[in-house]
Write a protein that binds this ligand. Structure first.
Ligand SMILES: O=C1O[C@H](COP(=O)(O)O)[C@@H](O)[C@H](O)[C@H]1O
Length: 266
């Protein structure tokens, strides 16, 4: 039982009864986009976040997807990373390795992780350089509306404060227009040093999904989606509006509980 395919202010909402149902629906969505992208371009360029998202992707590692997905054609990126070693429990890479990469046969050289021995500034620069090379070789396509990379899918989580990737409310990097990847050294959520995709890159993707569960995020979901006045226009999650792509919110009923008009039905 789920409320699926509801359009609200240019966003598709998929509301699920519980995290298990959300995980199944998310796995099907990712597998379908992977199939379409591989058919069209020969590869699937997927950018991930950390946090609760990885556990919610768990059904993708199970039957039938572990056998049917063409893992050899996948390229993995991160929409943000914390500047800690790859073996640190705060590392988005480690989270993904433990929850996904160790369970499915993704090619090691297709995993584009962030340099954890550089400064945040250098790591952001290196990562953008690699992405530019992969745009040149068409592993990642190019947006028709600007020269940004056009990822096949960017998967984002959202914090209770409305942050996505490492784009936090009121932070100056929200206004970054030139760079594809930037860095911060003052994250309000630890660890303080992070690198992150900028909004132009997120909003150039073919598909973006924001995956959110739990009642502690219901206020932020309401502010990000409902018509709530000009102050909320600057909430990072609300600023995710792909120009030429499709945006889907995957929610459970708790996260959706403060949305206006979202009725849960069979
Ligand atoms: O710090 C971060 O937080 C967000 C949200 O995490 P969640 O555990 O509340 O889902 C995450 O999407 C981002 O990648 C991460 O660096």
């Amino acid at each position: 039982m789920a409320l699926s395919g509801v359009e609200k202010n240019g966003r598709e909402l998929r509301i699920h009864e519980n995290a298990d149902e959300l995980s199944s629906n998310l796995a099907e969505y990712i597998a379908d986009l992977s199939e379409a992208s591989i058919k069209e371009r020969g590869v699937f360029a997927l950018a991930l976040s950390g946090g609760s998202l990885i556990n919610l992707m768990r059904k993708l590692c199970e039957a039938p997807y572990n056998k049917t997905v063409d893992w050899a054609k996948w390229y993995i990126f991160w929409a943000d990373e914390r500047m800690v070693s790859k073996s640190h429990s705060d590392s988005n890479y480690k989270l993904t390795k433990d929850g996904l990469l160790s369970k499915v046969p993704i090619v090691h050289s297709h995993v584009i992780s962030i340099n954890d021995s550089a400064t945040a500034e250098q790591a952001a620069e290196d990562y953008e350089f690699v992405i530019r090379q992969l745009v040149r070789t068409r592993v990642i396509s190019v947006s028709e509306i600007n020269d940004c990379p056009k990822f096949d899918l960017i998967l984002l989580g959202m914090g209770p404060d409305g942050h996505v990737a490492s784009l936090f409310p009121n932070h100056s990097v929200l206004g970054e227009k030139e760079q594809w990847v930037t860095f911060i050294t003052n994250s309000p959520k630890p660890p303080p040093e992070r690198i992150t995709f900028t909004l132009p890159v997120i909003n150039s993707a073919s598909n973006v999904a924001i995956v959110v569960t739990g009642g502690n995020k219901a206020d932020a979901v309401h502010l990000a989606i409902d018509d709530v006045g000009p102050d909320c226009e600057v909430l990072p999650a609300r600023m995710v509006q792909p120009g030429n792509g499709k945006l889907v919110w995957f929610l459970d009923v708790e996260a959706a509980s403060k949305l206006e008009d979202a009725k849960f039905s069979e």
